[in-house]
Design a protein. Structure first.
Length: 116
């Protein structure tokens, strides 16, 4: 599996979610949860930026049903949008596990790159 260096996998560099998750173990302050976005009136298919300008969304648990990411007993995967600024959500996602693994996809879960 190919890899990308933390801070280089997302357009925001050291202010990006990949860098933050690798070195701070948290998302940047500009992230909100899917539930927070829904409470602002957002609906699937609509532009999140219209409801939460300047924010990106963490969608919560990623099920990894096809086991394309490394899976062991007890591992939980989470996902967040990346490289999103306006319009409908793109296919770029950051995925991280409860035990510290980080991956990015730029084509909606087709190909994953590990963040190192």
């Amino acid at each position: 599996m190919e890899a990308v260096i933390a801070g280089e996998g997302i357009k925001d560099g050291q202010n990006g979610a990949d860098y933050w998750m690798k070195y701070i173990a948290d998302l940047p302050d500009y992230y909100i949860t899917r539930d927070e976005l829904l409470s602002l009136g957002w609906e699937k298919g609509k532009s999140p930026a219209k409801f939460a300008p300047g924010k990106m969304v963490t969608m919560g648990i990623y099920r990894n049903d096809d086991n394309r990411l490394p899976q062991i007993s007890g591992r939980v995967w989470y996902e967040a949008d990346i490289n999103y600024y306006s319009g409908r959500r793109n296919g770029h996602r950051l995925l991280w596990s409860n035990d510290g693994l980080l991956f990015v996809t730029y084509n909606h879960y087709e190909i994953f790159l590990e963040i190192i």
